[in-house]
Design a protein around this ligand. Structure first.
Ligand SMILES: *Cc1c(COP(=O)(O)O)cnc(C)c1O
Length: 381
């Protein structure tokens, strides 16, 4: 049997909506389907302001522009994240400051955030890893205490919750991804949530997203021509992609339920290997969270065992992957002055982690095949 790591789930309505977009000449940004998905998501997560973007990467970049991040400013984030989190900060000439993660969730450790705060710190970017929320009460408390912005990197956290609130709606900004590797996809795509009530920032978000122009005011008939009013870039997604996304969002709960079933299947089968000491950790959901079941991971004691397990699974046709190279250990991280050993928990998790195949249309016989092969491998090690 061949088990890919991920497989795109189509709901069946994608083609119809894309054809409708083509027929109506809705192929550039901010047309029918962009409006539809924007209001769908706004209602779904109870967002004050949400704008669709070309990616989560771009949503992070917009946030950095909106908080007027400048040279000399510092932004605290976990080292255990995707490069986009740090790039958004670097592109403004500011400095990413890495912090350690918690062993049980691989999310940023609020205690370590506090130790990294200086008078140059302007923001915190908590990253919700694997669809599991960061400790948002503690992070929001720190942000109020030190007057810092909070930008949630909820690229992996769409439709997941922290204590009855959707991820992305808790901090000042939230960034979503609809990349084809995530749960609900448009291929490339994202959204920015602006939860602040400052009119100036909300108005500016539309300008920044529209190439630094007041085109939005023009479309609303508020001005008779539009022009350059601020810095900005091209962050509006094509309506064709938003048509695809609408078909996905309509099926959001079904997708989530199917993933929940698979996640619990793995969890039930593999918990005993933690008790036996064969596996150090497996994905678990703290009781303050509702997950979207984006990733199921297992963590081994060391890299040699981990690599052997991945290799042996591969021999059986099963694709299982490691995950992030911690940013402080990357080429760029070293250029920023970080060294091996700076974040022990992050390093050990990155060395031991294996993400198991998990995709919406995975069948029971497929997941059984993964589990039974993994079990025989675990018996040998
Ligand atoms: C996927 C991901 C991103 C980037 O999302 P895009 O939509 O592909 O730009 C950023 N941060 C994290 C944590 C991610 O997992």
């Amino acid at each position: 049997m061949i088990i890919p790591f991920n497989k795109i789930h189509y709901t069946g309505n994608e083609k119809e909506y894309i054809e409708d977009a083509l027929k109506n000449e809705c192929i550039s940004g901010d047309q029918k389907y962009t409006e539809i998905v924007q209001s769908f998501l706004r209602d779904k997560v109870c967002a004050n302001n949400i704008l669709m973007t070309t990616s989560a990467t771009h949503a992070l970049e917009i946030s950095a522009l909106l908080i007027e991040l400048n040279e000399g400013d510092e932004v605290i984030m976990p080292s255990y994240t995707f490069p986009s989190t740090a790039n958004a900060v670097m592109l403004r000439g500011a400095k990413p400051v890495f912090a350690e993660v918690r062993e049980d969730t691989l999310n940023i450790d609020p205690a370590d955030i506090e130790s990294k705060i200086t008078n140059r710190t302007k923001a915190i970017i908590p990253v919700h890893y694997a669809g599991i929320s960061c400790d948002m009460d503690l992070i929001m408390k720190l942000s109020r205490q030190y007057n810092l912005y909070v930008i949630e990197d909820a690229a992996q956290g769409v439709n997941a919750m922290y204590k009855n609130r959707y991820l992305g709606t808790i901090g000042d900004f939230g960034c979503y991804s609809f990349h084809s590797t995530k749960n609900y996809v448009s291929g490339e795509g994202g959204a920015i949530l602006i939860n602040l009530c400052e009119r100036k920032i909300i108005d500016r978000s539309e300008v920044v997203r529209q190439k630094g122009t007041n085109r939005k005011n023009f479309l609303r008939g508020e001005v008779d021509k539009y022009s350059w009013t601020d810095i900005g870039s091209s962050y509006t997604p094509s309506d064709i992609l938003m048509a695809l996304l609408y078909a996905q969002l309509e099926d959001m709960e079904n997708i989530t339920q199917k993933r929940k079933y698979l996640f619990e299947y793995y969890s039930k089968a593999l918990t005993k290997y933690v008790n036996l000491g064969k596996i150090k950790y497996i994905s678990s959901i703290p009781n303050y969270c509702k997950s979207n079941y984006y990733i199921f991971y297992i963590i081994f004691e060391d890299e040699i065992v981990r690599d052997r397990v991945i290799h042996k699974l591969k021999e059986k046709g099963i694709s299982a992957y490691t995950h992030f190279v911690p940013l402080h250990q990357s080429h760029m991280g070293r250029k920023l002055g970080y060294n091996e050993g700076d974040f022990k928990i992050t390093e050990s998790a990155a060395k031991g982690i294996v993400r198991l195949p998990l995709y919406t249309d995975m069948t029971e016989s497929e997941i059984e095949y993964v589990i039974s092969n993994l079990e025989s491998i675990l018996k040998e090690i």
